[in-house]
Design a protein around this ligand. Structure first.
Ligand code: GLN
Length: 489
């Protein structure tokens, strides 16, 4: 029996469409049907763009049939975190304040995918404004983890992770500020990559913390991630933080053997707080890398224990300024019958933002206020510099760093909702990488207690191709990334 369409790689989907084994329309309808059947239980989509998808699929089929040159993503469906502006399509950032917002323009990543002929299936659920680690901060309800509906899919790109894990889209774009691609990828058993800060344009991506936010693909394999990254990476004059660095061929090095690869294991990533079963899976993955010819070295990231504290000052400070634009005047929710301008601002924001967003705005405003700026914000920036230096020193000794993507497997819904500090610690291993602006990836390895575990692979600046190569070699030699939750096979 041949594999169902939702089990095929992007390459196989693309080849199948070109060879007329099936059409983009059939593939698109297959995914739309699966969304209809399975998404009521998962809640991974906030908007399904069925009509547009069918029209785009028809157009892709025409282009391909007429023999015109086309991108490898032509005709392939995908989903987008609801943080990316999509022209004419509701874009909420999972916030009530943007409940009625229809974007007048496309984010650069969306226009790139649209021009490549890929087919948008819809917009994924997420934590409100990308603040969270469990998707429980969405104004539109939780997302269930396809491996166990009583558990969270991680966050903030929880909808994208769940939908890819359940085969409700071949790939999705997430965003990662402190771990929001890697941690949900880890919790749901998919492959997620956060590229170097500046690698992908963020124009049209609703801002959370501008010095950290980065877009990245969520896929079922490193090979798929290479194809998606290829279509997104590159300088964009509309984003002043996008990097003017050449884009390599991300698929070219995938098959390179790993002989002599130097892997650093930071001692600090294997200390207290790491679940024993997760640690055992990481050990097994490292053993596999040794078999593939890699050498292992213990390394140190001595300031990493300060990362979470520093991150919550920096990210909150930046979000408090970014979110000041939601004032009830320009777009989004406006309160009824304001009595004056101040009342309009206050009530619109009070009614529109959820608790976690309000908490961060308050922390950020406090940290930036006169008298506290030096004590908190400046200090956090200094720590950030030290963390970056730690990584620079380690990359003089090794090619990649490996460790867990998250300290635990997916936790139960509601388990941490009243314990912000534990929730913040879910990003213990991803946040240092974000503060340094480095590329990081999570790939599924041997499960622990029946739930997925992610191995984090961290590279030097702009070395995404190396990360993808290292991940692909593991996936060529194991089938951990092929595991899918039973009811979604
Ligand atoms: N969980 C972290 C936070 O809540 C990271 C979120 C993200 O990467 N967008 O800020």
């Amino acid at each position: 029996m041949s594999d169902p369409l939702h089990a095929l790689s992007l390459k196989a989907l693309s080849q199948g469409i070109v060879d007329a084994k099936f059409s983009s329309m059939e593939v698109t309808e297959h995914f739309l049907n699966r969304i209809e059947t399975f998404d009521p239980a998962l809640n991974s989509y906030l908007t399904v763009t069925k009509e547009q998808a069918i029209a785009q699929a028809e157009q892709a089929d025409n282009t391909i049939r007429s023999g015109q040159p086309h991108s490898p993503l032509a005709g392939i469906p995908y989903a987008l975190k609801d943080l990316y502006c999509t022209q004419g399509i509701r874009t909420t950032a999972a916030s009530k304040i943007l409940d009625n917002f229809i974007s007048p323009y496309d984010a650069t990543v969306q226009s790139k995918l649209r021009h490549s002929g890929a087919v948008l299936l819809g917009k994924n659920n997420m934590d409100e404004f990308a603040m969270g680690s469990s998707n429980e901060n969405s104004a539109y309800g939780n997302v269930a983890n396809p491996w166990d509906h009583a558990r969270v899919p991680g966050g903030s790109s929880g909808g994208g992770a769940a939908c890819v894990a359940a085969g409700l889209a071949p790939f999705s774009l997430g965003s990662d500020t402190g771990g929001s691609i890697r941690q949900p990828a880890s919790f749901t058993g998919i492959t997620g990559i956060k590229p170097t800060y500046g690698r992908i344009s963020r124009y049209g991506m609703i801002a959370f913390a501008s010095s950290l936010d980065q877009c990245g693909p969520m896929t079922r394999s490193a090979e798929d991630a290479a194809l998606v990254l290829q279509s997104l990476a590159g300088f964009d004059e509309k984003d002043s933080t996008s990097a003017q660095v050449d884009v390599p061929d991300y698929s070219a090095d995938l098959d390179k053997p790993l002989d002599g690869l130097k892997i650093g294991l930071p001692k600090e990533f294997f200390a207290d707080g790491l679940d024993q079963a997760v640690a055992a899976s990481i050990d097994a993955a490292i053993a596999q890398y040794k078999k593939l010819g890699a050498t292992i070295k213990e390394v140190h990231l001595p300031h990493s224990h300060l990362a979470v504290a520093s991150y919550y000052v920096v990210a909150s400070a930046e979000c408090s300024t970014n979110l000041s634009r939601f004032d009830g005047v320009r777009y989004g929710h406006r309160c009824e019958d304001p009595k004056d301008l101040l009342d309009l601002y206050e009530r619109s924001r009070w009614e529109g933002f959820g608790d976690e967003v309000k908490r961060r705005i308050m922390v950020g405003t406090y940290a930036l206020s006169a008298g506290y700026y030096d004590a908190y914000y400046r200090k956090a920036q200094k720590i950030r510099r030290l963390i970056k230096q730690d990584f620079i020193d380690v990359f003089k000794q090794v090619d990649v760093i490996m460790g867990p993507a998250a300290p635990n497997t997916a936790f139960k819904l509601g388990e941490m909702i009243d314990d912000q500090v534990s929730m913040y610690l879910a990003d213990l291993y991803t946040i240092p990488v974000s503060l340094a602006g480095l590329p990081g990836m999570s790939i599924p390895i041997q499960q622990a207690n029946g739930m997925p575990v992610g191995l984090q692979i961290i590279g030097n600046y702009f070395e995404e191709a190396r990360l993808l190569n290292v991940a692909h070699q593991y996936q060529l030699n194991t089938d951990d990334h092929l595991q899918t939750p039973k009811q979604y096979q």
